[in-house]
Design a protein around this ligand. Structure first.
Ligand code: HEM
Length: 391
């Protein structure tokens, strides 16, 4: 077995700005590498990222000592393993059942999509990030979770505060203070809604968790809601913005998609091309190996699904946005026991609802200057703006 090579040059700023050339080089030169400035071992090939996520006994999620715990006021299901993880995950599962998504949540998403698209001004240059993608993701999620008393602005602010707090590896005060304020507001809202959900049980996540035969603790019910708020707004929003960027900068593909109503394919290619959650951490529980490199107990490995999604072993011209690729085995929804619990929601809400409604109302929607779109993010990635002409 060989020791893992160490990279001392890659910086977080480079990864935040444009990680893809770095991943391309790592896949060919150093697929397992210790990145000093991130303090993690990067795993960049698809077969290896999947192996890590599918083997929670060796590569555990259980890390009770993260900024996430501080920011969420709880040790959440995302950082647990085994039965404890499964029990908390199953508590929320009825709200994510395919039939409930289809019969209850999709009609809500349809109504919200129609209303939010209808209020966009025709003939103007509009940034779709604040005008559509963010609020649409927030409103649908608020209903699904049973907290529709929260405004779109609050949902987005809480989500960002939780994400910033969970990623606060420098343990700075400001992000935690912002997360604390968000937690106070969220808990006050959840407390105020409990009686109503208990009196009138329904299929929202809060209601199914409160009314279960053997409910999990209140702290964990609230933690589950906060995980969904932290993970259920940014990713669908970034996915929608990314798909629109891909379609609008590839008009031939857009025409083909419109002709065949291939919105599902567009969705899968968008989240493959730029994975909204680009990287995940796992703790190594015993001395082990990947690709003949020795990995030590206690190390933290990072699966880079953004890189796995462009792996030359699986994808031809993986750096390109191409909806009609023959196979698309991306890992953007994760793999193994922590596979995205909400995975069917954005597929329906974005691909089957929002995209056709948006292009139906604005058939000549265009992106006049793609170079003004700013992309950012290492752990989470997407465009920061999407200035489109609504025609
Ligand atoms: C395009 C949109 C989305 C993407 C790309 C995405 C991606 C992911 C990924 C990669 C994970 C696994 C992280 C890991 O392995 O550590 C995850 C977990 C999770 N996601 Fe999503 N997600 C999306 C939307 C949503 C939505 C809309 C919801 C809720 C309505 C949601 C709820 C969750 C939950 C609860 C988990 C934790 C599952 C567990 O730990 O067992 N996600 N998501």
């Amino acid at each position: 077995m060989k020791p893992i090579p160490e990279d001392t040059k890659i910086t977080l700023a480079q990864l935040d700005e444009n990680p893809f050339p770095i991943y391309q080089r790592l896949r060919s030169e150093a697929p397992i590498v210790r990145v000093k400035n991130v303090g993690r071992t990067f795993v960049t090939k698809a077969v290896d990222t999947k192996y890590v996520k599918d083997n929670p006994r060796i590569f555990s999620s259980n890390d009770p000592d993260t900024p996430m715990k501080r920011a969420f006021w709880a040790h959440t299901l995302m950082r647990k393993d085994g039965r404890e993880h499964l029990r908390e995950r199953m508590a929320m599962a009825p709200a994510f059942a395919p039939k409930i998504i289809r019969d209850e949540w999709v009609p809500h998403y349809e109504q919200i999509a129609k209303d939010y698209v209808a209020r966009l001004p025709r003939g103007e240059l509009v940034d779709l990030f604040p005008a559509l993608s963010g609020p649409y993701a927030a409103r649908g999620l608020a209903i699904l979770l049973g907290i529709d008393a929260a405004s779109d602005i609050e949902m987005q602010r809480w989500s960002q505060a939780l994400i910033d707090g969970a990623g606060n590896f420098g343990w700075q005060d400001e992000p935690f203070e912002r997360a604390d304020r968000a937690n106070e507001e969220m808990h006050a809202l959840f407390d105020s809604l409990r009686g109503q959900h208990q009196a009138e049980p329904n299929n929202s996540a809060l209601s199914v968790m409160l009314n279960a035969d053997e409910p999990i603790s209140r702290t964990q019910i609230y933690a589950n809601l906060k995980i969904a708020i932290g993970g259920g707004i940014n990713e669908p929003r970034d996915a929608l913005n990314t798909i629109l960027f891909g379609l609008l900068t590839n008009p031939d593909q857009l025409e083909e998609v419109k002709r065949n109503a291939d919105w599902d394919k567009a969705f899968e290619e968008g989240i493959r091309w730029v994975a909204p959650i680009s990287a995940s951490s796992r703790i190594v529980t015993e001395d082990t190996e990947i690709r003949d490199f020795s990995i030590s107990k206690g190390d933290t490995v990072m699966t880079i699904q953004a890189s796995a999604n462009r792996d030359e072993d699986l994808f031809e011209n993986g750096e390109d946005f191409f909806i009609y690729r023959s196979k698309n085995q991306h890992q953007s929804s994760g793999s193994g026991p922590h596979f995205c619990q909400g995975t069917h929601v954005p597929r329906r809400a974005m691909a089957q609802v929002m995209l056709p409604i948006l292009f139906d109302r604005f058939p000549n929607l265009s992106l006049p200057d793609p170079s003004t779109v700013v992309w950012r993010g290492f752990g989470f990635r997407g465009p920061l703006n999407l200035p489109v002409l609504l025609n």
